[in-house]
Structure formats: C-alpha cells, structure tokens
Design a protein around this ligand. Structure first.
Ligand code: PA5
Length: 454
C-alpha cells in the first residue's frame, strides 16, 4: 500500500448538526455493519464478489481484457458500449473522467429507448469502423437488447457477417442467459459477469474494464487504487481514522435527524458521470422499505446559477458531499490581463484552478451557513489510481451504509414493476393475461383529468 492514500474526508462543515464525537459513539454499530459486510452474514451476502478487487479480476483476466481492447482498437475507429444501469454507468464515469482527447471515441447505446438518440448515433458512426461491446448479465434487458439489434445490423452491414463477429464482444453471464447463447452460436468473444457481482458494483470487473481499456485508460492502476482502498478500509475500525466508516455513519446519522436528500457536488464537469454512477449505487442499494436518503447531484459552478438558489434557501432537507480535486493537480491556465472593464483585474495572472477552488470553499461555507451540512472528499489528483480508490470507497461505504440503514444493499426488487407493466402493454408472450387490464388502466382518463387549452 502506498504511504499516502489518495483520499481525505473533511467533516468540519457537518457541524453543528453532526460532530465527530457522534460518529465515534457509533463505533460498535459501525464495526457490526462492517463485519456484516466483510463476513457475509447480512442480507444479499451472495453478491459481494466485488469486495476483494484483486480476486474479482485476476492478472490473467486483466491481460486478456487489454489484449481484446488492443485488437478492437486496431479493427475499429469507435466503440459503442451497449448496456444500461450497472452495465453502463461505471464505464462511462471512468471514461468521461480520464480518457485523453486523442483516445478513440467511445459511444454509449441501449441506456434509453429513444428513437431520436439511436438514429442520431447510427447516422454519426455509419461511416466509421464500428466495434461493439454489448454488456448485459441477463441478455434480455429490453433497452440494450433493442440497441444491440440495431448496432449488430450496422456492423454486419459494414464488415460482412463473418468479419462482424471479430468486432463484437459480449460481456455477460458466465454460463446462462440469452446473450451467452447468442455469443456461443455466432462465435463472439465473451467476457464473464460473475454471479456474485451486481451491476452497480461491477465497474472494476470486465463489465467496466473492457471499454475503459479501449479508451486507453490504465486498468491496472484503476484496479490497484481499489485494492489499496480495500486494504485501508479493512485495516481500521476507528471511524475517525477510516473515511469509509465515517462517511457511512455520517449519512445515516443525518438521515436519522430528518435529512432526506444527499447531493453529490463536484466542480469538475468531467465528474458528471461519476455522480450518475454514485446515484445508481446509493439509490438502488438503499432505496427500499420506504427509507433512505435520495441521492441527487449537481455540477458546480454551473448549477450554482440554477439549483444554487434551492440549495441555499429551499426546504432544509439536504446534506451535501463535495468531491474535490486539489487545485495544484489541474492545468495551469492563468487569467490573461485585460482593461478591467469586466472588473477582473484582481484575478489577472492567477490560475483558473485557484479560482475554482475558491468557489468551492465559498460554496461549502455558504451552504453550511444556510443549513446544509456538508462534507468534502478530496483527491490530490484525478488519475486511474485515485479514481479506482474513490470508486471502491463509495462501493464499500454503500455496503456498510445499507446495513446500518437496515436494508439489503445488494438487491433491486423495485426495478421490476415498470418492466412487468411494459411487457404487458407491449403484449410480450407470457404477459398477455395482464395486457387488457393495463391497457384499460392506461386508457382510463376520469373526467377532468386531461387539461387542454381553451
Ligand atoms: O445494477 C443493476 O443490477 C442493474 O442496473 C442492471 O445492471 C441493469 O438493469 C442491466 O441489467 P443487465 O446487465 O441484465 O442487462
């Protein structure tokens, strides 16, 4: 493990609502939640394959993923990753955060059913050599399955059926499922999704690693960051010396005080999809039994000019978690001198990153003073190692937090409800018995419930 770990948590602005002594007083409870997670004695224990990042992906698998990525890069100009939810957001979070400008483009499909989005995408990439990584554990999720039909047809049209199979890689269940079957029949290369890893905990498995490697990002360093965080998080039971435990405790203690929303706030646009990934991680893990903080996100300073008003003065129900990069790690971009008509003369020559950092400090203080307890996670720089560390930090904290809350952090029974309705409305075979009832329910518009002009 390196001497200095790439993450610190600053809890000063949680006061007066929460002071470190209150977290320290929860040590026994935290140790119980942590042991429940690591010992596999809690609900959903069969889905902890991500807990040991070194075992989740072996060195041999890393080498295989790198080799496939390099082969795909040779055979294509662009990669389309087809997947949704946990089979999509992790790869996107890392690629948006770290991909170099010269890296081959990675597009994403199958994360919506938008005809406009998909026809635009097909139009954009039709004259490029396209590779596809279709990621689906089940192989029957409607959104990626539909998109895969569209993308597969494009690649087959471009390359011919025989060569197309060399440009398509399926990441799916090791043994079963529709995609595994198709891949076997057609002869696609495959990467496994292990039975004990749910989608939202899969970014550091082959699910995320192949597209991330295609984008030229160092997947070994990413994994090492996670390994370092796992070691650090497992070595310390005192929550005042273990940010994983502190974060899990703080959000539960504040939830118990009546706070109902946690906002992830960053000052880096390239962390936008990290926030999306974080929303899924906590929302899907904890949003059960009519409980849990609602995970939301803002991009700052952008949203200070929109949601900033609500954050400062709206209903007091919000806690905030800033994710910050040290200014010194950002590009040096000094503000040019000018004639001071814009009253920016005092900033001339100062780096933009310093100004962004001052905006963060000002915001954290203003929000605390406005009744939004906030804490800050700081990374010294954004690279593959520190991002791997941060991803694992949130995964582990989420497992502990879920057990503190009293839910199973590894299932997602609620996501089935819309699917059942949609299948019935579309008359999917096996769902017809519900079709008539649902069409009637959808079509029922009690008098006065549709409002039109005039
Ligand atoms: O986290 C999850 O389990 C979900 O978001 C799934 O990843 C998502 O629904 C996609 O499922 P699948 O990989 O089976 O297509």
């Amino acid at each position: 493990m390196p001497d200095t770990l790439p993450l610190t948590l600053d809890a000063a602005h949680l006061a007066p609502d929460l002071v470190p002594d209150q977290v320290a007083a929860w040590q026994d409870r935290l140790v119980w939640a942590h042991d429940t997670l690591t010992g596999g004695t809690g609900a959903g224990a069969d889905f902890r394959g991500w807990l040991d990042p070194a075992a989740m992906v072996t060195d041999a698998q890393i080498a295989e993923i790198e080799a496939i990525a390099s082969d795909l890069r040779e055979k294509s100009d662009t990669l389309v990753v087809v997947g949704i939810g946990g089979s999509y957001l992790g790869a996107r979070a890392v690629i948006e955060a770290l991909a170099a400008p010269e890296a081959k483009a990675v597009h994403f499909a199958g994360n919506s059913l938008s005809a406009h989005y998909h026809s635009r995408l097909l139009e954009t990439i039709k004259s490029q050599r396209v590779a596809v990584n279709v990621v689906s554990k089940s192989g029957t999720t409607t959104e990626p399955a539909v998109a895969f039909r569209l993308l597969r047809a494009l690649v087959e049209q471009q390359a011919g059926k025989a060569a197309a199979k060399d440009r398509i890689v399926a990441t799916t269940d090791e043994k079963k499922g529709a995609l595994r079957k198709v891949a076997g029949e057609v002869g696609y290369r495959t990467l496994p999704i292990a039975d004990d890893i749910g989608g939202r905990y899969s970014v550091l498995s082959p699910v995320g690693l192949l597209p991330i490697a295609y984008a030229g990002i160092d997947i070994r360093a990413l994994r090492q960051g996670a390994i370092d965080c796992a070691q650090a998080a497992g070595a310390e039971a005192d929550p005042l010396r273990n940010p994983v435990l502190f974060y899990a405790a703080a959000r539960n203690l504040l939830y118990n005080q009546g706070y109902s929303i946690e906002v992830f706030a960053s000052f880096e646009p390239r962390l936008h999809y990290l926030a999306e990934w974080w929303k899924q991680l906590f929302g899907e893990s904890e949003g059960k039994d009519q409980s849990a903080l609602f995970p939301a996100a803002v991009d700052l300073t952008t949203d200070l000019h929109s949601m900033g008003q609500y954050l400062q003065q709206g209903r007091r129900q919000i806690i905030e978690t800033f994710v910050i990069l040290e200014a010194a790690s950002e590009p040096s971009l000094p503000i040019p001198p000018g004639d001071d008509a814009d009253e920016l003369g005092y900033l001339a020559g100062r780096p933009l990153a310093e100004i962004n950092h001052a905006a963060y400090e000002a915001t954290a203080l203003a929000h605390r003073d406005g009744g939004v307890p906030n804490q800050t996670l700081t990374l010294p720089r954004l690279d593959a190692h520190s991002l791997g560390f941060l991803l694992y930090f949130f995964e582990r904290a989420c497992g502990v937090s879920g057990y503190l809350l009293g839910v199973n952090p590894f299932d997602q029974p609620g996501v089935e409800a819309y699917k059942k309705n949609m299948f019935a409305l579309l008359a999917k075979p096996g769902h017809e018995s519900e079709t008539a009832r649902l069409r009637e329910a959808v079509g029922k518009t009690p008098q006065g419930s549709v409002i039109t002009f005039g």
